[in-house]
Design a protein around this ligand. Sequence first.
Ligand code: 8IG
Length: 276
Amino acid sequence: MADDARLDDPTTDPLAVAADAAAYLAEATGVEQHDVALVLGSGWGGAADLLGETVAEIAAADVPGFAAPAVVGHVGTIRSIRIAATGKHALVLGSRTHLYEGKGVRRVVHGVRTAAAAGCTTVVLTNGCGGLDPSWAPGTPVLISDHINLTTVSPLEGATFVDLTDLYASRLRDVAREVDPTLDEGVYVQFRGPHYETPAEVRMAGVLGGSLVGMSTTIEAIAARHVGMEVLGISLVTNLAAGVGADALSHEEVLEAGRAAGPRISRLLADIVGRI
Ligand code: 8IG
């Protein structure tokens, strides 16, 4: 019922569905306005646990326009958390819809649009990804400084010309580095997936100026800018990109690197969000 077909109808305004989703969340959480949204990617599942007190936890599938998660290790809940450090309200999206699921780009960005409609002025987009820098051991968090969207897809429809300068706000990256001055930065290259890259595609990403490869985030960041949100992007390098190391890639290895990095990135995320 909540997973209605309205987003699939080209005559529907997706921002209207996002407004309905936000109204549902306000009602279900009892929180009128949220301030900051977090999207948790691979490896980040437990990373919101130190943010503060969970006020409400809702099944995403009950919220207008949301789809049930497709990948093992992704959590289909939306949490409202009162941030211990600031008293602000965080909306934590425990899973995302990926472009490779084939459900359409509107569903990919519905969470970000819902967060904006719920009042959020900042979104923290996290992901698990492959790294091109061999010094990034699996489990290394890296700030996203910019992106290259190789999917050919935009979340925007019609003649919607949106500037993407400083998309991953340098102000927020500075805040993150106040928490951890050792954080590196990288340019995130989004491929459609769901297959990982060939070694030649990873070399191409490097030639183009990329240093992180993944299957999410850039399209959500564009949608977030469109609705006026400030964006912080943090990748967890869960594996060396194909051909950078000696080994083949496995989803199991990705999940294990996420588990091992859990405590560090949980602390990092809580400390950063506590300063936003
Ligand atoms: I976790 O190496 C994870 N997601 N495209 N490449 C791409 N996506 C990823 C990778 C990777 N690791």
